[in-house]
Write a protein that binds this ligand. Structure first.
Ligand code: PEP
Ligand code: MN
Length: 341
């Protein structure tokens, strides 16, 4: 449930509500809005007496949250969440500007990473992506450079000011990845690794949560809820395509209707990944345009100086030159829907 305070309620009244919520064995989360403060009550409140809270001075009303996800829901928070990415370029996801996060699928070597970082920055990206820990289907293929890769990412940030977005695959990797990264990516295969989600929820790094390839929208939002329930409010939802019977002309099917639907149900920003969403280089640009047109707050793109020789995901990686052209195209679409890039 949500305890909605009256406009002009005092901090002491809010504190009183918080105390009573805790006495009821529930968790509180105070959200100070521009007009009024609300206290989100988290936990199983089905058998709790709402009237206790309703009678506290300064309380306007107590309303149940109908969605199974609570903190992620617009019922708890009406204002859109803005997620600052870190780095020196001031990139934010969720505002009027569409944030572009670009870079290789995997960090492969220092010089190619730095070359890519400089190129995507010049073209207008605000963050650099690149996996140092790779979730590979085949255990005999390239698994990532681990800490060495993280060091190259940090060096690229140093040189360009780009924020660093990189995947953390397990709980044991969290301290190391937190040391180097600005944003923790949770991969599609880990979207329902609930222990990992809870632990990244204890960090204060922004989280880019990818949708599981066979997960429903509700499961996706409940996964985000695990992170939010830990107290980490900086969550971005990333649609990266789902598995369907279609596996030839595309690797995954990119369901863009999820963008407006997530915006309708949640205040969290939505990022679209047309690289994994299609698996095909020639489909990346058109799907970027469509994603921006339907309201995406950010794009996650695989870019490589020599995709043919990429160690991972070359077929869906665009070249540095294609990335520059793509940025010019998405700027036109963004302007048409009253956004900027
Ligand atoms: C990636 O971003 O390279 C990646 C492994 O993505 P996903 O988890 O969506 O497959
Ligand atoms: Mn990839």
């Amino acid at each position: 449930m949500v305890v909605v305070m009256k406009p002009g309620s005092t901090p002491r009244q809010v504190e009183h509500v918080v105390q009573r919520v805790r006495e009821m064995g529930l968790k509180d989360h105070v959200i100070v809005g521009t007009e009024r403060t609300v206290v989100a009550v988290i936990g199983d409140d089905r058998f709790k007496d709402r009237t206790v809270l309703e009678s506290i001075e300064g309380v306007e009303k107590v309303v149940p949250i109908l969605a199974p996800y609570k903190m992620a829901s617009v019922e708890v928070r009406k204002e859109r969440t803005l997620v600052p990415l870190g780095g020196k370029l001031g990139g934010v996801v969720g505002g009027r500007k569409v944030a572009v996060i670009a870079g290789p699928c995997s960090v492969e070597d220092r010089s190619r990473l730095l070359e890519t970082a400089h190129a995507v920055k010049e073209a207008g990206a605000v963050a650099l992506r690149g996996g140092a820990f790779k979730p590979r289907t085949n255990p005999y293929t390239f698994q990532g450079l681990a800490e060495e890769g993280l060091k190259y990412l940090a060096e690229a940030r140093e040189q360009t000011g780009l924020a660093v977005v990189t995947e953390v695959m397990s709980i044991e990797q969290i301290p190391m990845v937190v040391e180097y990264a600005d944003v923790l990516q949770i991969g599609a295969r880990n979207m329902q690794n609930f222990n990992l989600l809870s632990r990244v929820g204890e960090t204060r790094k922004p989280v880019l949560l990818k949708r599981g390839m066979s997960s429903t929208l509700e499961e996706f939002l409940l996964a985000a809820e695990y992170v939010l329930a830990g107290g980490n409010t900086q969550v971005m939802l990333c649609e990266r395509g789902i598995r369907t019977f279609e596996n030839d002309y595309v690797r995954n099917t990119l369901p863009l209707a999820i963008v407006p639907e997530l915006h309708r149900r949640s205040h969290l920003p939505v990022v679209v990944d047309p690289s994994h969403g299609t698996g095909k280089r020639h489909l990346v640009e058109p799907m970027c345009l469509a994603a921006v047109a339907c309201g995406a707050d950010g794009l996650l793109l695989e870019v490589h100086p020599d995709p043919e020789h990429a160690l991972t995901d070359g077929a869906q990686s665009i070249t540095l030159a294609q990335f520059r052209d793509l940025m010019a195209s998405i700027r036109r679409v963004a302007a048409a829907v009253d956004r900027e890039v």
